[in-house]
Design a protein around this ligand. Structure first.
Ligand code: GTP
Ligand code: MG
Length: 197
């Protein structure tokens, strides 16, 4: 993927607020603070297009970013953040569920999981849910700049054990770092491939 232009287009909570120009979409999901908004900035080579924060719970709506006038990257609020109220958690869950279950333009889901640890129960639940929806999935291990190169295999093994990656042919896996810009081209290629299917 060659990124020629990128712009924030719209925030949405309800279906009536989603974009209406009929472009394909690729969405991101993952725990709060895992690095979703940072990945968008890294891929689009923009410093602060998607707002990031060191405290979790920064992204609170579905945020649509138009890329090359051709498709949308959709930043989704993180799950598993204990400090938001139960009611707010339920509303987030409903917003994400409504989007993932009804959006015909959605061509793939990128699930980000912290590469320093084994997937949590929340991560496994998100992954199983995406599988149930039969979406093409890219599992991205994030913050791999914090993991020694010779431990990358251990990250894959832990992810494979928790998610059964090697047995699934609609699922790909990538180690990623927004700090080191690791595997940015591979990420762009995965998105290109989903848009061409
Ligand atoms: P929510 O919007 O709260 O769901 O979080 P998010 O998943 O969008 O995370 P965000 O991109 O805001 O990043 C959270 C924190 O992790 C920030 O302090 C980032 O600087 C840091 N971070 C993101 N990506 C990386 C990475 O690849 N390596 C390291 N070391 N830190 C990262
Ligand atoms: Mg965010």
């Amino acid at each position: 993927m060659i990124v020629k232009s990128s712009e924030f287009t719209t925030s949405a909570v309800y279906e009536s607020q989603y974009p209406t120009d009929g472009l394909d979409e690729i969405a991101l999901a993952g725990r709060s603070n895992v690095g979703k908004s940072s990945l968008i900035n890294t891929l689009l080579k923009r410093k602060n297009l998607a707002r990031t924060s060191s405290s979790p719970g920064k992204t609170q709506t579905l945020n649509f970013y138009k890329v090359n006038g051709d498709f949308y990257l959709v930043d989704v609020p993180g799950y598993g953040y204990a400090k938001v109220s139960k009611k707010q958690r339920e509303e987030f869950g409903q917003m994400i569920q409504d989007y993932l279950e009804t959006r015909a333009y959605l061509k793939g889901l990128i699930i980000l999981i912290d590469g320093r640890h084994a997937p949590t129960d929340d991560d496994i639940a998100m992954f199983d849910y995406a599988q149930y929806l039969k979406l093409p999935i890219l599992v991205v291990a994030t913050k791999m700049d914090k993991v020694k190169k010779n431990a990358f295999n251990k990250t894959y093994s832990a992810f494979n054990k928790a998610l059964g990656l090697s047995k699934l042919d609609n699922v790909d896996f990538l180690c990623f770092s927004s700090v080191d810009k690791l595997h940015v081209d591979e990420l762009g290629k995965w998105i290109d491939d989903r848009l061409q299917e």
